[in-house]
Design a protein around this ligand. Structure first.
Ligand code: AMP
Ligand code: GLY
Length: 424
């Protein structure tokens, strides 16, 4: 088979590493890819939003199967563009990717189908939102831009003044562009967060092993929100009781709701859950693998990823048994100092070869570039260093040891990824 992967981050590198293990795959292309993916795949300089060029490339190269890793092209309808040309492609169509693309949509869906989530109100004009904040809201309250905002469109507001400022930022100043045309204001919840990824074929859902992200830039969950500074899997807080609750009230219900709305979902649904004192609640849905959740979940998957993804496309997922290794994995993101605000790039990365042939260790590239100086930093999140271990403690020690193998100027990381497991 010839496989095309669309995307360029650590998530797509983790997907590519899985695809490379498949005995069914002869050749992998990635558009646009990065320096690390380039060691497994032929990278082609086509952007993830250049739909016509991607379709033309897939036809020209006789691609058998395309995997879309990123949210933007999914929400924009890349899967529909491939299907219209008879090309086989993994991911939700535009009318299903709206599950991630519009928070107002996903909140309405959860309300209609009685899926546990925070109480909320949707607004499509700033005056109504201001009135609600003045008269009804309880603080802290949570403001969410409706559309995609690189994970930055959520504001936790402790006071009325902050909330009014937030409405201005999102709906009037349009800090997140058209993503702020609508606004969700929702109840503030407390509890531990868990990420659960799943494969879905339109009607059947199979749950992957759980994970936890660390979104804040600094140790102790301080600093600004980022794309994710590290992950571990499984989450010890995702107990059999939590799993049972979510299977009963959240997972299948979501899949059935999408089908009932005439929007059958095929691909990966990522459930962002909060384990509140009143039970698990959905914080958000994503229509793709998490980044960096994929970097700890996929290395532990035993199945051939092509078999599973093909079953999602063909509607035969009920015949697949997902299997995960009985171990743990931790991923620590090596970032450029200053991320997520301002940082320099172009620094040579040393030590990458230390990961060659090291069983259970992975160095997934997020923001890197191959130049005549060698591989250099090219983004805020640069690498995702993942290690497995018999348990979370061992995986964590292994991952932090492997972080020392890598060196570049302005290297920055959190030192407490997975520390929460000490409390479990
Ligand atoms: P989201 O993009 O919806 O996952 O939101 C980003 C982050 O904001 C989440 O990971 C939570 O830490 C926080 N968050 C979102 N919604 C709520 C809520 N209703 N209550 C408390 N925290 C929230
Ligand atoms: N790690 C969170 C996300 O991928 O959205």
């Amino acid at each position: 088979m010839k496989v095309l992967i669309v995307g360029s981050g650590g998530r797509e590198h983790a997907i590519a590493a899985c695809v490379a293990k498949s005995s069914r795959v002869d050749k992998i292309y990635c558009a646009p890819g990065n320096a690390g993916i380039g060691q497994l795949a032929e990278c082609v300089q086509i952007g993830a939003m250049e739909f016509d060029r991607l379709v033309a490339f897939a036809k020209e190269k006789d691609i058998d199967f395309t995997i879309v890793g990123m949210d933007d092209p999914l929400v924009g309808g890349l899967v529909d563009a491939f299907e219209a040309e008879g090309l086989k492609v993994f991911g939700p169509r535009k009318n299903a990717a709206i599950l991630e693309g519009s928070k107002a949509f996903s909140k309405e869906l959860m309300k209609k189908y009685d899926i546990p989530t925070a109480a909320y109100e949707n607004f499509d004009n700033a005056e109504a939102a201001v009135k609600y904040i003045e008269e009804t809201a309880v603080f802290p309250t949570v403001l969410k831009a409706d559309g995609l905002a690189l994970g930055k469109g959520v504001l936790i507001c402790n006071t009325k003044e902050e909330a009014l400022e937030g409405v201005r930022t999102i709906m009037l100043d349009k800090k997140f562009g058209d993503a702020g045309n609508k606004l969700v204001i929702e109840e503030f919840m407390t509890g531990r967060e868990v990420s659960v990824l799943s494969f879905v074929d339109g009607k059947t859902i199979k749950i992957m092993t759980s994970a936890q992200d660390h979104k804040r830039a600094q140790d102790g969950d301080c600093g600004l929100n980022t794309g994710g500074m590290g992950t571990f899997s499984p989450s010890p807080f995702y107990t059999p009781e939590v799993d049972e609750f979510c299977r009963k009230y959240i997972y299948q219900r979501t899949v059935d709701a999408m089908a009932a709305e005439g929007r059958p979902f095929k691909g990966v649904i990522f459930f962002g859950l909060m384990l509140t004192p009143d039970g698990p609640r959905v914080l958000e849905y994503n229509a793709r693998f998490g980044d960096p959740e994929a970097q700890v979940v996929l290395p532990r998957m035993k199945n051939d990823i092509i078999d599973v993804m093909e079953a999602c496309v063909d509607g035969t997922l009920d015949s697949v048994e997902l299997q995960f290794e009985d171990n743990a994995a931790v991923c620590v993101v090596l970032a450029s100092d200053g991320y997520p605000v301002a940082y320099d790039r172009g620094y040579v990365i040393r030590g990458l070869e230390k990961f060659d042939n090291k069983e259970g260790y992975y160095c997934f590239h997020a923001g890197t570039k191959l130049t005549d100086k060698g591989i250099v930093t090219n983004g805020g999140r640069v690498l995702g260093v993942t290690a497995k271990g018999a348990d979370l403690k061992e995986a964590r020690a292994n991952a932090y040891a492997a972080c020392e193998w890598i060196d570049f100027d302005n290297k920055y990381m959190r030192h407490d990824i997975g520390k929460a497991i000490d409390e479990a």
